[in-house]
Design a protein around this ligand. Structure first.
Ligand code: FAD
Ligand code: NAI
Length: 471
């Protein structure tokens, strides 16, 4: 350890990027501290993101199954009563358990938690609250926050115009909820309140939901959410939100311009994306400037342009996902320790945890064709509907399909997309196969247990070869 500094490594931010980087650095024998301004560790993901949203999604699935006939279809007659406070309680318990778990892991690995907001004085000196901490290497893992909609004020406590944090904590089921942005947060949180009885309208600027996903998947998403009772207003933008008493009045306009109209709601969720947290970090003191998108640029090792300063997770370029942040945290700590830490950014799965789940890894069909110079013949696609998967059919889960995209010449798998109740779990095998450089034939000839949803991946791979069995 270098005695010139208090620590070998100081990590700023204790989200999935930062806390994982800190633990790995400590495991590698580096004296490590982690600065976090929140009262609990775990960042956005554990406190107000991945975990509490899944707690509400899971609980609301049960309510929906009981209230809307899915249980009755299987011979279980119930008339559920919603105890929303208790549902929130189990959400808070999940968060408490997991954030407490990180505190335990910090102690176990001897990572010092410096409570407070961190500001760079110079590249090796950071003020955390009232304390000054020096470190040989500093990792910026400050994450992201909701992108505001100009002119629209979020007030989570009031609960009329909220961001995702407010949408997790609504004290009553809104009669009518308008979701601005048909992306991941809008559809997950919209699903929660739709299942619990709210009338949900999703206003999306683009002509399809879920930008970034495969075209066919996006189209199917539209059909599925409509079938679940959400109203979709695609190619539409919100130009203003006015508060009138305890209601909000939104002004909508066609995305291409045209006549505006108004829409009243009890609750408005602003979910139009997130932006990196760099304000107040004192980046100007170390001569580091974010790029046009507000991100801190890094090289493949996660080094910024300033010697000894590294960046990972949502604050750095790439998808804003917890597992991407975690993998970068591990690789970055390993690089600081002189090892070779690598993240394959081409194979990062993405999952939307609605019901069914929407998942994908690798290229979309559109991207694959574009990469092949626009030559459709160079890309092979195999599809298999969940309706023909015995397990999904038996479980009354007919929605969705699996799609395997492969290089027509080499048969190497370029992308896999899945809409299925457990698509998030299914996609892991696709990521692993792709990481091992699998061909679609490799997947088609791998024995899959029966009856499982995962057999649909095998069959979609067989369909790439032109010979599925069950369709
Ligand atoms: P963060 O988790 O944002 O952590 C950064 C931490 O740094 C914060 O705790 C912050 O308080 C702290 N910090 C910031 N600035 C300072 C400072 N100057 N000094 C001290 N501390 C500071 N991703 C998934 O993969 N799966 C999901 O299911 C999923 N669900 C989500 C649901 C919601 C509602 C939201 C909002 C996000 C979700 N995400 C999900 C995204 C995921 O939360 C982020 O990608 C992930 O948290 C990024 O990790 P991070 O470590 O980069 O940053
Ligand atoms: P998003 O980028 O997924 O979706 C935002 C949507 O809003 C886009 O479809 C966009 O076209 C639309 N939009 C933008 N401006 C608009 C406007 N003025 N009017 C109408 N629509 C508009 O962002 P979201 O949902 O806020 O989530 C932020 C990030 O959090 C995601 O990108 C994701 O990385 C992460 N996240 C991940 C989850 C997961 O992995 N399951 C769950 C929740 C969040």
């Amino acid at each position: 350890s270098d005695t010139q500094y208090d620590y070998d490594v100081l990590v700023i931010g204790a989200g999935p990027g930062g806390y994982v980087a800190a633990i790995r650095a400590a495991q590698l024998g580096l004296k490590t501290a982690c600065a976090e301004s929140r009262e609990t560790l775990g960042g956005t993901c554990l406190n107000v993101g991945c975990i509490p949203s899944k707690a509400m999604l899971h609980a609301s699935e049960f309510y929906d199954a009981a209230a809307n006939g899915a249980m009755a279809d299987m011979g279980i007659e119930v008339s559920p009563k919603l105890d929303l406070e208790k549902m929130h309680g189990q959400r808070r318990d999940a968060v408490k358990g997991l954030t407490g778990g990180i505190e335990f892991l910090f102690k176990k690995n001897k990572v010092d938690w410096k409570k407070g907001r961190a500001t760079f004085q110079d590249a090796h000196t950071v003020k955390v609250g009232d304390e000054t901490v020096t470190a040989k290497d500093v990792i910026i893992a400050t994450g992201s926050s909701v992108t505001p909609l100009p002119g629209v004020e979020i007030d989570n406590a009031k609960g009329v115009v909220v961001d995702s944090t407010g949408a997790l904590e609504l004290q009553k089921v809104p009669e009518k909820m308008v979701v601005i942005g048909g992306g991941v947060i809008g559809l997950e949180m919209g699903s929660v309140w739709n299942r619990l009885g709210a009338e949900v309208v999703v206003v999306e600027f683009l002509d399809q939901l879920l930008p970034g996903m495969d075209g066919e998947v996006r189209k199917e998403a539209g059909k599925i959410f409509k079938k679940q009772g959400m109203e979709l207003r695609l190619s539409t933008k919100v130009t203003g939100v006015e508060i009138k008493g305890d209601k909000a009045v939104l002004t909508l306009e066609p995305a291409a311009g045209g006549d505006s109209e108004t829409l009243e709601a009890d609750c408005v969720l602003v979910s139009i994306g997130r932006r990196p947290n760099t304000e107040g970090l004192g980046l100007e003191n170390i001569g580091l400037e974010p790029n046009k998108r507000g991100q801190i640029e890094v090289d493949n090792d996660f080094r910024t342009s300033v010697d000894g300063v590294w960046a990972i997770g949502d604050v750095a370029p790439g998808p804003m996902l917890a597992h991407k942040a975690e993998d970068e945290g591990i690789a970055c700590a390993e690089n600081i320790a002189g090892q070779t830490g690598i993240v394959n950014h081409d194979i990062i799965p993405g999952v939307v945890y609605t019901l069914p789940e929407f998942a994908g890894v690798g290229l979309t069909q559109e991207e694959a064709i574009e990469k092949a110079g626009g030559d459709k013949a160079k890309v092979k696609v195999g599809k298999f509907p969940m309706m023909a998967n015995s397990r999904a059919k038996t479980n009354h889960e007919p929605d969705g399909f699996v799609k395997v995209i492969a290089d027509a010449e080499t048969d190497r798998v370029l992308g896999v997309w899945a809409i299925a109740n457990v698509a998030g779990t299914m996609i892991a095998q696709a990521a692993q196969a792709m990481e091992f450089g699998a061909t679609s034939e490799d997947i088609a000839y791998t024995c899959h247990a029966h009856p499982t949803h995962s057999e649909a991946i095998k069959e979609a791979a067989m369909a790439v070869q032109g010979k599925p069995i069950h369709i």
